[in-house]
Design a binder for this molecule. Structure first.
Ligand code: GLU
Length: 508
């Protein structure tokens, strides 16, 4: 069976880069008819941050990336926390020690530092002089019996290293070993394994066939392959996903804006838009062929895929069209994440999403944001039908769902006529025209002959605008000012009857 894994460390909230790695593991597993695991790599106790795992799980849930095996899912291949697998790592390190593929090192930190500096000054590429490799068996046994603190190091010379490791995305890697420290540590003084040993042992034990992980782990690839050789086990295939960059070419970091998935959830971005955005960032050819974002979107036939939205739990997964997912299409160039692209994708998603589904999601937010709203007082749940109509009226005008509160508060509360924007709008209509237009609109809306539906209101207001006698711009600006207090708002012509209820309330 094809088996992928996403193996984050619980060192804080899930970042966009991690979400992208999870996405690609998910997609690749689906594409190849396989499965994927969530494995928690928690062997570095010094970097452990409480609640990280919960954050990772809830972020994956938000994105709809459900794993087959892992905490809270199928336990067959567990345990999934590395801290619960220590015996296993001990067995493997013992195997390496017994076959002289690893050795115990008793050097103290100050000696190690001094040795490293001395070797560097002498122009050596080594970072450790391998002094402990030459300790006699008796000496080692005596020190262990006496409880001397030590680490276990890999004996790099014990295996022929692969000259050019192959990567599914980067191809053959030359000089792969150049950045590795001399005889890397496999087991630390606290008896916990390092990432290298634990990850190789687990990938083997769990039967992982493909490792897709961030580019930052590529320098470890040659060591991992050497460990597979030393243990006489077959390595999985490896692919490294290029680092994500900001539009200005800098690496994404906390200081450069939102990097945690939680930030995107909080700001109301659609999971499908975020996933599609992450997906496009690494796509070769398409991203280079044309700078036009729309071309990219058409390429994936977003509009066609959007039609299927209701069928899937996670719309993004159908956007991404599994048939197009092919690691060969993945770029090895560092990928730029342009926030403008995300806005574009998110707005598109909202435009195509079922307004009733959006209304259900936004309903609780409205209640919290506008507790003072007359509508909320009248109808404590904020009518779903009303919200649906508002969302249709705002279609194409909001970027994220939460924008409904800032872009069109007038649907819920009285307009802020004291605002600068409202005052400027008011000043654009001469007073006698303003009051004339207001009176006429009010008469039209309160006429007993008027059916209170959109078509009649629209027709009624349009003919009133014609009969008004002044420029129709003044008529509509009056309405806009009185009802919304805002210059940019949903088109008055699309106003839904309930909104006109606000008009009516205001004028009468
Ligand atoms: N535990 C590593 C991390 O936190 C992942 C390494 C891997 O996937 O091999 O990102």
């Amino acid at each position: 069976m094809v088996l992928f894994r996403f193996a984050p460390s619980p060192t804080g909230a899930l970042h966009l880069g991690g979400l992208r790695t999870a996405l690609f593991n998910y997609l690749a597993a689906k594409q190849l008819g396989g499965k994927w695991i969530l494995r928690i790599e928690d062997t570095d106790r010094t970097r452990y941050i409480p609640n990280s795992v919960e954050n990772i799980q809830s972020s994956l849930r938000w994105a709809g990336l459900d794993y087959d095996y892992g905490p809270g899912a199928d336990q067959t291949l567990g345990p999934y926390y590395q801290s619960e697998r220590l015996d296993l790592y001990r067995t493997y390190s013992q195997k390496l020690l017994e076959s002289n593929k690893a050795y115990r090192c008793f050097c103290k930190p100050d000696r190690l530092l001094e040795t490293k500096e001395r070797l560097k000054a002498a122009g050596s590429h080594l970072t450790y002089d391998r002094a402990c490799l030459h300790l006699s068996e008796e000496d080692v046994a005596r020190r262990v019996r006496a409880g001397h603190e030590h680490v276990v190091r890999f004996n790099s010379d014990s295996v022929p290293s692969s000259p050019k490791p192959h990567d599914l995305i980067f191809g053959d890697i030359s000089d792969a070993h150049a950045s590795l420290p001399t005889d890397p540590i496999l087991v630390k003084t606290d008896l916990f394994p390092t990432y290298h040993l634990a990850s190789v042992v687990d990938d083997h034990q769990m039967g992982i066939t493909h490792v897709l992980r961030g580019e930052e782990w590529m320098p470890s690839l040659p060591l991992h392959l050497d460990l597979y050789t030393a243990l006489s086990i077959t390595p999985p295939k490896f692919g490294h996903l290029p680092i994500l960059l900001n539009p200005d070419g800098t690496k994404m970091s906390k200081r450069s804006g939102d990097v945690q998935v939680t930030d995107y959830i909080k700001h109301g971005w659609e999971p499908s838009a975020v996933l599609y955005w992450l997906m496009l960032a690494g796509w070769r050819g398409r991203a280079q062929q044309s700078g036009a974002q729309d071309a990219l979107i058409n390429d994936f036939q977003l509009s066609n895929m959007v039609k299927e939205v209701s069928v899937f739990f996670c719309p993004a997964i159908c956007y991404l069209k599994l048939s197009q997912f092919d690691l060969n299409n993945f770029s090895k160039r560092r990928s730029i994440l342009d926030p403008g692209m995300l806005s574009h994708l998110n707005a598109l998603h909202l435009k195509h999403e079922d307004p009733l589904a959006l209304a259900r999601r936004v309903q609780p937010l409205i209640k919290v944001t506008f507790p003072q709203s007359v509508l909320i007082v009248l109808s404590p749940t904020v009518d779903l039908e009303y919200l649906t109509k508002i969302l249709s009226a705002l279609s194409g005008r909001i970027t994220v769902l939460n924008d409904i509160m800032t872009a069109a508060p007038y649907f819920f509360i009285s307009p802020d006529l004291a605002s600068e924007e409202a005052q400027r709008l008011r000043a654009s209509v001469p007073s006698e025209r303003y009051f004339g237009a207001a009176r006429l609109a009010c008469d039209t809306l309160s006429s007993p002959d008027l059916q209170f539906c959109q078509e009649e209101i629209d027709a009624g207001l349009k003919s009133t605008a014609k009969a008004f006698g002044g420029p129709s711009k003044h008529f509509w600006s009056t309405l806009r000012h009185a009802v919304t207090g805002m210059k940019a708002c949903a088109s008055m012509r699309n106003y839904v009857p309930e909104c006109c209820l606000t008009i009516k309330l205001y004028f009468t």
